[in-house]
Design a protein around this ligand. Structure first.
Ligand SMILES: Cc1cc2nc3c(=O)[nH]c(=O)nc-3n(C[C@H](O)[C@H](O)[C@H](O)COP(=O)(O)OP(=O)(O)OC[C@H]3O[C@@H](n4cnc5c(N)ncnc54)[C@H](O)[C@@H]3O)c2cc1C
Length: 421
């Protein structure tokens, strides 16, 4: 009898970790194939650090994962996923290494969707000419060049566009709704760029204009953390604006917002709307925006052999990697239990934000909170330890090929919660 075939779409943070966790549990009981259009993982969270250090982020942040998959005995196909037919358990794909391939197909017994999102810069008027960002190595390198070669000083605007969170009556009840996809990076950049400005004698925190379309920035950090963070940023003389309602236009001298206000800027750093890939929008297992519907075990309630993890999953809000990481653990146990390869108790995802950001000058911040989901955990620490945690996470990820051991995050929490330096 042939083994069940597990097909994983997407091989960045969520896909690679899930593939490796599933393999660790099911071993020889299933065959695993992973498809991604790239054969290198982009280590997105560290792009801002490279930008400020004047290093092309593509040099160190595009990571070769293939040998780890080979070691597990998992197959990898470099291809664009074109469509999915959930009625016949078929995925259609087009090899992406060179142009001109016909569309091929592959069948699955279990499907894991880890395709992330499309970042909708193309819906922002003026972005291609006047906007900057740090969400991939292309944009990171573009900002690096501008900052280090052309920027002479002047206001730097950092802002997000409105996020359209998906709705579906198939989703678990009580999920909070966000107006932005991911506001950890804008906060992190505000700190680290202010440090860079001072170091390069081009400005300080007062040079930075941080804004949000929501009623408060980083709402998902919870009230306790925001009560510490916002007054601290005010004391440091950051300029801050809420309720912009999103971006109308980016132009040569700044940004026009949907609430009618404007922001003068020499550099406009934008975080766009995180949207679902268009081919997912028509499928019967996605919400009204095209994000994949799952329960708290990362399984679709209608198509029981379809799972999602990371940014592609509807319940992953905010769109941060640490949620995807926790989901990968839950998903791999759920799927392995189906195959009789996991006999322990599978616990549903317990939502929590774990975020480590760079503040420049070998300092960082650490946040761990579940307040936004009604929990009582709330930790905000700043100093050298959070910075070292952020840097050692990358090292651990690269060394272990994305297979962070369970104690890895627990240790981060232990050190982060009690950071005294
Ligand atoms: C600047 C910045 C800093 C961040 N910092 C942090 C942080 O400190 N901590 C944290 O937890 N999170 C952080 N995040 C968020 C984190 O980077 C994302 O949540 C994470 O990358 C999502 O992982 P993913 O695998 O779900 O999706 P992605 O990383 O988007 O990966 C999706 C994969 O699918 C592939 N793919 C997409 N479409 C197709 C297709 N049609 N065919 C084939 N392949 C396809 C892509 O090539 C890609 O490899 C940060 C984000 C940004 C932008």
């Amino acid at each position: 009898m042939s083994k069940p075939h597990i097909l994983i779409l997407g091989c960045n943070f969520a896909g690679l970790t899930t593939a490796r966790y599933i393999h660790a549990l099911v071993k020889e009981k299933a065959s695993i194939t992973i498809i991604d259009r790239k054969s290198l993982l982009t280590f997105v969270p560290n792009i801002p650090l490279q930008v400020l250090a004047d290093i092309n982020p593509a040099i160190d942040l595009q990571y070769q994962f293939m040998n780890f998959l080979e070691h597990d005995g998992s197959a990898f196909i470099q291809a664009d996923v074109v469509s999915i037919d959930p009625e016949t358990n078929t995925v259609f794909y087009k090899p992406s290494e060179r142009a001109g391939h016909p569309i091929r197909h592959i069948n699955y017994d279990y499907l894991v969707i880890a395709l992330g999102n499309r970042l909708a810069y193309d819906t922002i008027d003026g972005f291609s000419e006047y906007g900057h960002s740090v969400t991939d190595t292309f944009l990171g390198n573009r900002l690096r060049n501008y900052l280090h070669r052309d920027y002479k000083g002047g206001p730097i605007a950092i802002t997000s566009d409105i996020f359209h969170q998906g709705k579906s009556d198939k989703l678990p009840g009580g999920l909070p709704v966000a107006l932005t996809a991911c506001e950890g990076p804008p906060v992190e950049l505000s700190f680290s760029i202010a440090h860079w400005l001072e170091k390069n004698q081009k400005g300080d925190a007062s040079t930075i204009f941080l804004s949000t379309p929501a009623h408060v920035i980083a709402e998902d950090a919870g009230e306790t953390i925001l009560k510490q963070l916002l007054p601290m940023m005010e004391d440091m003389q950051y300029n801050y604006q809420a309720n912009t309602l999103g971006i109308k236009k980016v132009h040569n001298g700044g940004i026009e917002f949907n609430d009618g206000s404007t922001q003068e800027a020499e550099i406009s750093i934008i975080f766009p709307d995180w949207q679902a890939h268009s081919f997912l929008k028509e499928l019967p297992f996605t919400d009204d925006q095209g994000f994949v519907v799952t329960d708290l075990y990362m399984r679709n309630p209608d198509y029981k052999n379809i799972f999602a993890v990371g940014d592609a999953a509807s319940i992953t809000v905010p769109k941060i990697g640490s949620l995807g990481h926790m989901e990968a653990e839950v998903l791999s146990q759920t799927l392995a239990a189906d195959l009789g390869a996991f006999t322990g108790e599978v616990k549903p995802i317990a939502f929590e934000i774990l975020c480590m950001g760079d503040m420049g000058g070998i300092k960082g911040f650490y946040m761990r909170t579940n307040e936004w989901w009604g929990g009582k955990e709330s930790h905000l620490e700043m100093g050298i330890t959070p910075y070292l945690l952020k840097m050692s996470f990358k090292q651990m990820y690269y060394t272990l090929g994305g297979k962070i051991p369970h104690w890895g995050l627990a240790l981060s929490e232990l050190l982060g919660d009690a950071a005294i330096v």
